[in-house]
Design a protein around this ligand. Structure first.
Ligand code: AMP
Length: 226
């Protein structure tokens, strides 16, 4: 049996978090929990959270810690997560969120936070070329489009540019990343829960690096992550 895992993936917007989290969730057979995907689904469904979130998301602003942590706490309490763990994508984004996440998980701990390192000039290029499925959130790009006419390979949804992938919103998100999210790298390092991997090269190469650091951590822990 494949042991589960409790993983957080960090990295600038466009570092490849979404793509890598989907791959890790398949590899370790754990749910991919993406706050961005959950919020986009809420916007699409027109829920109260979605209506509150849309404008801030389009501008590239961060939503409040309370709203995010309530949403994530509910998701992490579900049976699939409790049974196997999770790959958390897009959360925590502030030190306050990381502290609250640790409280939610107690008495368990996170196994590992993995930071995907990519230079800002490269993420700017990637974000400009990024396209996503409006239904399932699968990621594509101008250089790796879906097989048929911007129709999602996974669910046949329409593949478009994200509304927050405008130049203005991208620069705001990167600014907030440096100010609010980058300090998490040191926060997790101080707790001996951090590994970094270069985000350069093919998606396969990055996945291999991530699996390697996770397996090394598993070995150190005597074969189990969770
Ligand atoms: P993402 O798909 O992870 O880039 O998230 C898209 C947008 O959702 C972000 O730009 C924020 O507006 C919002 N968001 C997602 N996760 C969080 C979070 N952990 N804290 C605050 N805002 C978030």
């Amino acid at each position: 049996m494949v042991p589960g895992a409790r993983l957080v993936v960090l990295g600038k917007q466009g570092a490849g978090k979404g793509t890598q989290c989907v791959r890790l969730s398949h590899h370790y057979v754990v749910p991919h929990v993406s706050t961005g995907d959950m919020l986009r689904a809420a916007v699409k469904q027109g829920t109260a959270v979605g209506q509150k979130a849309k404008d801030q998301m389009d501008r590239g602003e961060l939503l409040g810690d309370d709203l995010i942590m309530e949403m994530i706490s509910e998701r992490l309490g579900e049976s699939d997560v409790r049974a196997r763990g999770f790959v958390l994508d897009g959360c925590p984004r502030t030190v306050a969120q990381a502290e609250r996440l640790a409280t939610i998980l107690a008495p368990f701990e996170l196994d590992l936070a993995i930071d995907i390192e990519v230079h800002t000039s490269q993420v700017l290029r990637r974000l400009a070329a990024r396209r996503v499925c409006i239904d399932c959130g699968a990621n594509y790009s101008l250089s790796a489009p879906p097989r048929v006419n911007w129709t999602c390979d996974v669910c046949s949804g329409e593949v478009v540019q994200r509304e927050d992938d405008t130049e203005e919103a991208i620069s705001r998100r990167l600014e907030l990343y440096e100010r609010q999210t980058a300090p998490l790298i040191e926060w997790y390092r101080a707790r001996h829960q951090l590994e970094t991997v270069p985000g350069t090269g093919s998606p396969d190469a990055v996945t291999r690096r991530m699996v390697k650091v996770i397996e090394e951590r598993r070995d150190q822990k005597g074969g189990r992550l969770t």
